[in-house]
Unconditional design. Structure first.
Length: 156
């Protein structure tokens, strides 16, 4: 019995040591995500994001555009397809299906009014969901669905 207890203790101890060693390999640096879209519609995207969502240009050249949200925490970039300065993995353009971006905000209603006033097509009208979202959606020039959301706790 004593040897069984010792054996179990050693297994538990080795699991703790292994777990401790594996957790030392985690990346502990701060990361920032920039969604990049490969598209021929760079100028259309610039107009769409600046007029509808108040993004501002951070950097722009003849094949690349980087924009920042008003909160300055979110960036999005646009790259021309097949540009010779880029690696082949960044050549194929986005085909306009299977991607969405969610943008959370405090006052989704005022943004909805602004976007409707601009005449921007709305994919679905503003609505309240049972799980607490109040949201609507628009689609950018490259076909990316943008879900504009105010999260609230669901009513019980």
């Amino acid at each position: 019995m004593k040897s069984l207890a010792t054996f179990i203790f050693l297994i538990i101890l080795s699991c703790i040591v292994i777990h401790g060693q594996s957790s030392n390999h985690k990346i502990s640096q701060k990361m920032k995500i920039n969604a990049g879209i490969i598209t021929e519609k760079i100028q259309e995207s610039k107009k769409f994001y600046s007029e509808n969502l108040d993004f501002e240009v951070v950097f722009e050249n003849d094949f690349y555009l980087l924009m920042r949200a008003p909160s300055e925490e979110v960036t999005i970039s646009f790259l021309l397809p097949d540009h010779p300065s880029q690696q082949p993995i960044f050549h194929q353009k986005f085909e306009g299906k299977g991607m969405y971006i969610t943008m959370e905000m405090e006052d989704v209603d005022s943004l909805y009014k602004k976007i409707k006033g601009l005449g921007t097509p709305v994919a679905f009208e503003i609505r309240d969901e049972p799980w607490g979202d109040r949201h609507f959606a628009i689609v950018d020039p490259s076909g990316i669905a943008i879900d504009l959301v105010k999260y609230t706790a669901p009513e019980e």
